[in-house]
Design a protein around this ligand. Structure first.
Ligand SMILES: *Cc1c(COP(=O)(O)O)cnc(C)c1O
Length: 243
């Protein structure tokens, strides 16, 4: 397969973006909310910088990268004045130093080791890094995330660290055979989110429930997501998939 040209990818975005926004608005209305209550984060792995900046020019206001190296390659060129940049991928402790001060949120906090390193480097820089706790909602061995049964204790321990603020939860549910099963996972996430919010813990604010991707973002919104992470449905299929 040949690489699609930048202009082709830009045209893909221009065509897909209003459709996604429309679907998001409909799902928001179905769950008694407004379009403005849901944030679209564009998952921009493998998307060239030029195409991302084009999308920002069309109104895209939030992106997420999931590889540190790729983020750093794009970072200086990104139109950051008009777009929030977040990190959504699996993160090794030794790479935290490249993200602190660069991304507004790390959505993939899944271990105390990682939390302590974010805390240490953010404190040293005089910053507070926003984090979402990633939940391994399907208890899948090959996926990152805190196990559901360990979530409360994890939040309670991590929130005591200086230099980070827990602002929500993130999940990537398992591949499901049907919508009922899928919504079971999304609804479980929503319940954890509500339960943690109800505890009114210091240094924890449940502002973001990040779940839903290209294949399932309307269901995620109907089940309570207020941030969806959409990649291929916005930019077209990824032709150079990365593991
Ligand atoms: C790639 C990615 C997405 C978006 O996936 P699509 O299926 O292309 O929409 C969302 N979240 C994370 C963490 C990702 O890595």
């Amino acid at each position: 397969m040949t690489e699609r040209s930048f202009s082709e990818r830009m045209a893909n975005f221009d065509e897909n973006y209003p459709v996604i926004l429309e679907e998001m608005a409909r799902a928001a209305a179905d769950s008694g909310r407004e379009a403005g209550d849901i944030t679209l984060l564009a998952a921009t792995k493998t998307v060239p910088l030029e195409v991302i900046n084009h999308a920002i020019g069309r109104g895209l206001s939030c992106i997420g990268e999931n590889r540190v190296q790729e983020l750093l390659e794009k970072y200086d060129g990104l139109d950051k004045g008009h777009c929030d940049v977040q990190f959504i991928g699996r993160l090794q402790t030794n790479k935290v130093k490249y993200l602190v001060g660069k991304v507004s949120c790390i959505q993939s906090l899944d271990s105390m080791k990682l939390a302590r390193e974010i805390s240490r480097l953010s404190s040293a820089a005089g910053l507070v890094t926003q984090v979402l706790v990633e939940v391994n909602i399907g208890r899948e061995e090959n996926k990152g995330g805190v196990l559901p049964e360990a979530l409360l204790e994890f939040v309670d321990e991590a929130r005591q660290l200086p230099g980070l603020h827990i602002s929500g939860l993130m999940a990537i549910p398992p591949v499901c055979v049907n919508k009922t099963e899928l919504c079971g996972y999304f609804s479980a996430m929503r319940q954890y989110y509500v339960d943690i919010a109800a505890k009114r813990l210091d240094n924890v604010s449940m502002d973001r429930l990040s779940m839903g991707m290209s294949s399932d973002f309307p269901e995620a919104i109907r089940c309570g997501a207020n941030m969806v992470r959409v990649g291929s449905s916005l930019f077209g299929p990824r032709q150079t998939p990365r593991p």
